[in-house]
Design a binder for this molecule. Sequence first.
Ligand SMILES: NC(=O)c1ccc[n+]([C@@H]2O[C@H](COP(=O)([O-])OP(=O)(O)OC[C@H]3O[C@@H](n4cnc5c(N)ncnc54)[C@H](O)[C@@H]3O)[C@@H](O)[C@H]2O)c1
Length: 397
Amino acid sequence: MTIQTPSPIDLIIVGAGMYVCGKGTGNYGTILPTAFEAYRKGLLHTIHLTAATRKSADLAKIKADELAELTKIKPDIRFYPKKNDDPKAYLTAVDKATHPCAAIISVPDNLHFKITKDFIERKIHVQVVKPLVSTVKENNDLIELKNKHNVYGCVEYHKRFDETNLKLLDIIRQGTLGKLVHFRINYSQRKLIPTTVFRHWVETTNIFQYLGVHYVDLIHFLTGAKPKRVMSIGMKKYLTDKGIDTYDTIQTLIEWESTENKDIFVSSHLSSWIDPDVTTAMSDQRIEAIGTKGRYRSDQKSRGVTLVTDENGCEEINPYFCQFYHDLNDRAMRIKGYGPKSVIQFLKDSADIISGEKTPSDLLGLRATFESSICVSTILEASEKSLMQNNIWVRIG
Ligand SMILES: NC(=O)c1ccc[n+]([C@@H]2O[C@H](COP(=O)([O-])OP(=O)(O)OC[C@H]3O[C@@H](n4cnc5c(N)ncnc54)[C@H](O)[C@@H]3O)[C@@H](O)[C@H]2O)c1
């Protein structure tokens, strides 16, 4: 039997910020290094990297040149806009693409809806960084549109690819924990994220929408349960003192109902972005699941690898999210981890649809589809309502 490899496709990346190529950091982000790896695997023909400004496109080119040196991979990359600043440069890339395309959208949250819609209307498969959108209406509109155009749409929820979470999925499915009672999540990042990295758009989102959503999606993924009611309470102290009008922390309680047997359990999410910049990792994250027969605890910051140097003090490294490793021939670096896995899966799925191997409706299972994101959008909308209305419990549906 011969196994057909789908032909390489073009990839349009929208955004050239921290998550795409490590803008403002000494690193390379997640999306662009993964695109290099996908090119090496023969999945991609041309990469179109689209920013809104010429300056961002130029900075992305510097990162791409450094990546080419590091990985010894030289993909064909086109940068946009070429001359003047142009927030619609991604549409120019659509016109310039010479092969069937897929697109990855990694721009500030409030632009996700419009740009995703533009791609779907052009029949281009899309992966959107989280959160897909923040309202149920926009989420439903995108589902309707992608169905109309027979396009595949998914969200880049990479925690679904982390083995520590896949282990928990299996433990829950086996019934090892008994009946689920409570999930407790602590997830925080350094002050530099709201004060520097996202300064220009930080007030259009909040810490629960930006960070907390990861584990909201994860609980839905792990349990298949649906939210019944949501309550959020936020605190404003540090960031408002710096002239930034957003919450330092948001604590959210969600009551869930199992779709199988109507059993109820609760999750509590403490989301924060005022960790000291000297903390030992960008993200501090822990999840605990308590059931009637047992408890699962996963420290997703302290993965057992610590580096201490005179220059940077103590750092805790997560070797599993998105890191460069030497290749087997010891000639170049390769990006690996559950972040790249989630992006590469999308590219493979898109190539399979384009080659006619699969249809968008074949791509369900454990994937973070637009349909599965309805749960997150519902909770985001309810949380916002709770924050606006004196922290009331908001009933769903
Ligand atoms: N999944 C994760 O772990 C993770 C991590 C960080 C960020 N994110 C998400 O990724 C998205 C981007 O975050 P970031 O960290 O890269 O932010 P960032 O502020 O560093 O970059 C955003 C980029 O989008 C660009 N942009 C804005 N409008 C554009 C347009 N019309 N066309 C092309 N580019 C445009 C900006 O120029 C900027 O370079 C956000 O939705 C964020 O929530 C996800």
